[in-house]
Structure formats: structure tokens, C-alpha cells
Write a protein that binds this ligand. Sequence first.
Ligand code: PLP
Length: 421
Amino acid sequence: MLNELKFLLDSKTSKETEKFGNIYKLVSFIKKEKIFPGYEVFETAGTEPIVRCGGKDILMLSSNNYLGLSKHPKVIAGAMKQLELHGGGPGGSRFLCGNVEILEELDREVARVVGKEDAITFPTGYMANLAVFQVIMDPFMSGVPYSKGSGVIFSDENNHATIVDGCRLSTAKKEIFKHNDMADLEKRLKKYPVSKHKMIVTEGVFTLDGHFGKLKEIVALSKKYNCILMVDDAHGVGVIGSAGGGTPQELGVVDDVDILMGSFDKTIGCMGGYLAGNKKLIEYLRVAARPYMFSSAVPAVLGGGAIESFKVCASKEGSALRKKLMDNSKYLRDKLELVGFKILGDGSISVLPVIIGDENKSIVFSNRVLEEGVYIPCFRWPAVPKGQARARVTVMATHTNKQLDRVADAFEKVGKELEII
Ligand SMILES: Cc1ncc(COP(=O)(O)O)c(C=O)c1O
């Protein structure tokens, strides 16, 4: 595939390529090779177990709405109330005119559920990750308190693209350690003096690998080498932990994590993101984080929905939904493994990364199971290593056993057809 792309480098300049280079040619090539990511158009919300697509009912297996809270009556009521009060958008940043009461409540609710003193919220998790590295690792005013480029960020190689992009905005040196490999992380930490300004960043839940980040071990190293520790818990908050506080709550390290990042777009079923930590840190972020200052606030309608969703997560109902989710996940895992699929992970999380292998085969797999009534796009290189394309099956608490049986049947049929199993 990459060899075939070389034609782009040799091609002669035309009127079209003068301006945009070979962008159009690249897109045509991707379409011709049928590797253009499919963007199916859903006629009903893509967050539900059954979605309407192309006039047919399709089983949804790739939504991050793990507990089904996006359409929870309390979430809808909370959002509707704010929509009526405040309308569609905030009209500006929190500093300008967007700081409506409900957002102050949202900050407090996030902090309460994840177990930190305070939190700052953004319209997306991406923005939270874009904000944090520059502001923590780089000089704030005229080289104070550090000089440019003097810090080091230690980042897991499998960290999400939004962490990678956030790190790029910082002048700090980057050390990329092997995924969940504590020996490699320590080897890299040892290269720098203890007094060096350092930060370690990992994810709480690695959904494409099916397991937690090694938070306990990383906490120990961050203490030994005097590092700030940040955990991106986008896929952990609400769905992991005894009260939905996320992966640090589950692993008993909430107080040891300095910066806890998360998203409202997955379990919380709304949209937005946050950074949580101690009061002083959050106060600093409020005056220094550029996406917070220079972009509009979280719309009240989403804040109102997210608050209700956090409350459900922390309640008995949340615990029951988490149990149902894990039961559903085990039910499908057992069925798929029985017919020969290789599934990554240790069963600690609900997401099932099912190995398909070859990149092109994974595209055919997705298309064929869609014909069988199941929607599951595959992740391919460069999102995952070459030759290890996978279907990231996101079971939801709202799936029924009957629906999961249909998924297993479709996977088995297509898996045999394509000689994956
Ligand atoms: C691990 C991780 N971090 C951050 C984000 C970004 O969150 P959001 O979708 O709220 O921008 C995502 C989104 O997929 C994610 O998976």
C-alpha cells in the first residue's frame, strides 16, 4: 500500500496540484482502493443499541455510550431545562459572558465524582488535552518559573492522539515509553536529575488493548523521580470505580494523581471535557489555559445533561448499570472466544478488542458484518500496529443477550468466510 502511494511523489504539477499539492489525488486513491473510512449516516441516534441506517435496523457495537446514559430521562430533563433557560450556545468564553451558574455546578460535580478538590471544564476532552501540557510544562510569563524547553514529558506510546497533539504544543522534550512497560519508563526517568521539571502521562483505560494503565506502578515511579502525574481517564470516568470515579478510584490512587483528565462524550453521554486536581492547580489553569480563555464555554445545555449523568453514575443505579455492562461484555467475549476469535485484554474493562489482523481484510470484515446487520468499523494502522487491525467492540449496558447473540452469529459467519477463525 505505501509503495503504491509513491506515485504521489513523482506526479507532475498540474493546475490543481499547484495550489493543493497532491491532496485531491490522495483522496481519489483512497476512495479507489476502498480504504476511505465509512461514515455511515444514521437516521436515529448513533448511541443506541439499535440504530436506523439506510432504512434498516442495525446493531450498534461501536458507541462509547457504555451505560446508555445519553438518552437517560434524567439527562434529557437536565439538558432540556438548561436549553430553555440559556438557549443553544454560551455566547462566549467563561471570562466573557459564558460563565452561567450551571457550569460552576458542573465543575463542582466533576470534582466530587472523581475525588479531586476542583475541576475546570472545556467543550471537548480534546481541548482539555490541548490545554494542559503547554500550561504545566512551559514558562507562563517571561521564562518564569522555568525556561523554555527545560521540562520533559514521559508519555506511553499507546496514548491517545489528543495527548500527542497536546504534547506537541509544549516545548518540553518528549520521552515515549513502551506501552505499560515500567522498566522502559524507569530507564528513561533515570536519564534526568530529580530536580528536572518532569511529567508522566498515561491513560487510565487503554480501550484498544483492553486493559488499564499501570497506575499503581506509575504512581510509585512518579514519587521516586519527583514527577507530576497526569491520567487521561476519558474511557474510565463514570464506568470504572465503585462510584464511577474512574480508574484511579478503582486502583486506589486518586490522591496520587496530580491531574485527572476526562471526557463527557463517552460514559457521561453528553459532550465536553475536564481537568481535575487540587484547588491551586485549577485556579492556575483558569488563568493560563488557552482553550479555556480563548474559546467558548461548555454550552449550558450540555452542562445540565452532564451533571445529571454524573449523579446517575455515582448512584446505586450507576453501580447496577456497571454490573450489567460487565456481564454483557463477558457474555459476548465468551461466545466470540469459543468460536476462535482472539480478543485482547484481561477482562478488567468492558471493551473487547477483537483481532482481525490484515488491514484490508478488516475493511471487508466491517462491510460484511454490516450486511449482516452489525455496525463495527475496524481500527487499522497507524492507530494500531501494522497487521493487528482490530474491531473495538464496545458493548453497552443497554444491549440485550438476544442482540449479543446476533452479533456473535454475524462475527462467526463472516470470520469463517474470511478465514479469520
Ligand atoms: C483517551 C482519549 N482521550 C481524549 C479523547 C478526546 O475526548 P473528546 O472526544 O471529548 O474530545 C478521547 C476521544 O476519543 C480519548 O479516547
